[in-house]
Ligand binder design. Sequence first.
Ligand code: PLP
Length: 390
Amino acid sequence: MLLFNEPETLRMAKLGRELRAQGIDIIDLSLGEPDFDTPQHIKDAAKKAIDDNWSHYTPVAGYLELREAICYKLKRDSGLEYTPDQVVVSTGAKHSLANTVLSIINKGDEVIIPTPFWVTYEALVQLAEGTVVKIRSSLKNGYKITPEQLEAAITPKTRLFMFSSPCNPSGAVYSKQELEGLAEVFRRHPNLLVISDEIYEYINFCDRTESIAQFDWMKDRTIIVNGLSKGFAMTGWRLGYIAAPKEIAKASEKLQGQFTSGTNAVAQRAAITALTAPLDATKAMVKEFARRRERVLELMREIPGFEFAMPDGAFYAFPCVDAYFGKTDGEEVIKNADDLAMYLLNKAHVSTVTGSAFGDKQCLRLSFANSMENIEKGFARIKEALAKLS
Ligand code: PLP
């Protein structure tokens, strides 16, 4: 039987909740979801769906109207042409990723994942009995890998490359030119597939998120993973999807047909509205994230020893905190980022996530999916607690 650790993001959220239940005022900077409510027009569509009796089993791959809406969205936002038979709707992007990895990866296949990466990627590859090959990105390169690094990591066993842009946790966003550099490497390795996790697509502070599927020679080998959790503040609705080559969509549908069947009917009907209506509510949310990001950058500059790249997307800061390793407050010694995250939780009452959860032991992930007031308070506490370490 395979045993996995609980994702560190969920563990920190749970520890924070436990301390809060004891009456301790915890500031949560570990959150991986927008602190906004789902926009009203989407909630109205869901209410109508209930009244209209969308209450039966749904097609495994999702309602045709929803898959058409996804194709419309892909064309509108990324200029990409897909047909509904290339789309599979699932119970969150996490589920889409699981379906895809399990459909593609056989025992011993190598999967290249740049670090830092989202917690679940590695576990899914292990579940499929594949081998994870990590490429280290660095602060110096803005947490993006180079074509040379990619080329050097490819072996005859490589089957898949998997990444998110915007990236959780680093906030790195690959430009069109940078993606083209990677795509040129894939051109030389035609058997390699790519999972492009675009769940933070709308939450970017640059012009727009580019997809690696835009290059002609990439589209037939790229699986776009996306969902409604982040861009529409719909984490609890659990709706994700892939747009993929037909045979991968088919395999994913078959697998899903045995595990969960089609996704929740009401969430699907609401998703049609979310994906086809104007994006005003999303844009307003992103504007607020941008305002907080500016403040977070200012606050991080005030903390001695924090080194960081500008997050161009998502809602996380990912400072390198190794300047504090080996220091003590007189009671405990901070050996690594795990210790620092626990120190901040227990002594400063701020919950963060250790970078080791994302394959980077030097960093902490600090979410700005929290109110400006809590961000200010949280950073003041962090600064004070870190000043006690020597
Ligand atoms: N991909 C990345 C990079 C994420 O950060 C997350 C959620 O945190 C997901 C996928 C999964 O999102 P969903 O809520 O749609 O399962």
